[in-house]
Design a protein around this ligand. Structure first.
Ligand SMILES: NC(=O)c1ccc[n+]([C@@H]2O[C@H](COP(=O)([O-])OP(=O)(O)OC[C@H]3O[C@@H](n4cnc5c(N)ncnc54)[C@H](OP(=O)(O)O)[C@@H]3O)[C@@H](O)[C@H]2O)c1
Length: 229
């Protein structure tokens, strides 16, 4: 049975991926920002293990992880958690920059570092949910786009470094997806939010599972997913 460590499993795309893997009987280890959130995830996915650590504080992840029981092997590490805060360069403060860089970039790098031994044992898969903003940066999106451009660089370097160890690396670049994050983006843009206009998180989950389940003769490096309507 495959073991997957998943961040962001409490909402949106991460929740859809966690449910699919859970329902097919895989072992899932759900990362949560704090003990309260971990309890909620454990109730939503009975039998699933949890792992607590705030991604906004990557310096503390190593200590947090070293005090919890980890799986011996990890078949996939799915970096799905993320945050967004729009604002022009003229308005964004260092605090807002740091929060997005920490959650979206530094914490995924640190979690990957911490789980690489278990990933190598399993010849596992590291998958990063990136964004269209990881490929193109638009007005008002600088901090988020910088974090996601950095996440692309992290994934590309990691792929070169770990290829010989049999660890596969995939970046998925979704367009706007109907989730609480997208509702917040619309609030910040001052636009009305209609979830029916955007990608269903289930469709992003389908692309993620396709990359994970691909036979070992091939590796999906990059997947761009755009709204179909
Ligand atoms: N929605 C879109 O339009 C869109 C488009 C392109 C890419 N993406 C990317 O897709 C990924 C998932 O986004 P989503 O739309 O599913 O967003 P979402 O519904 O807002 O979910 C974000 C998840 O990240 C977790 N998270 C945030 N800060 C955290 C922290 N400090 N520590 C631990 N966990 C934290 C949240 O935990 P809680 O549940 O505890 O809040 C939540 O589970 C993100 O990486 C996002 O950048 C989204």
């Amino acid at each position: 049975m495959a073991t997957h460590v998943i961040t962001g499993a409490g909402s949106g795309i991460g929740a859809a991926v966690a449910r699919r893997l859970y329902e097919r009987g895989d072992e899932i280890v759900l990362h949560a920002r704090d003990a309260g959130r971990a309890k909620e995830l454990a109730a939503a996915f009975p039998g699933a293990r949890t792992l607590v650590g705030d991604l906004a504080e990557p310096d503390k992840l190593s200590w947090a992880v070293s005090h919890q029981t980890l799986p011996d092997r990890v078949d996939s590490l799915l970096h799905i958690a993320g945050v967004v805060d729009l604002g022009t360069v003229g308005d964004l403060t260092p605090k807002t920059w740091r929060n997005q860089l920490n959650v979206n970039l530094v914490a995924p790098a640190e979690l990957t570092r911490l789980f690489l031994p278990q990933l190598r044992v399993a010849q596992g898969h590291v998958l990063f949910v990136n964004s269209g903003s990881g490929l193109n940066a638009h007005a008002g999106w600088s901090a988020y786009a910088a974090s996601k451009h950095g996440l692309k660089a992290l994934a590309d370097s990691l792929r070169h470094e770990e290829h010989a160890n049999g660890v596969r690396v995939t970046s998925v670049y979704p367009g706007r997806t109907a989730s609480p994050m997208q509702a917040k983006v619309h609030r910040q843009e001052g636009k009305e939010y209609d979830p029916a206009r955007w990608i269903d998180p289930e469709s992003v989950a389908t692309t993620i599972l396709m990359a994970l389940d691909l036979p070992r003769d091939a590796e999906v490096n990059d997947l761009t997913v755009r709204p179909g309507r």
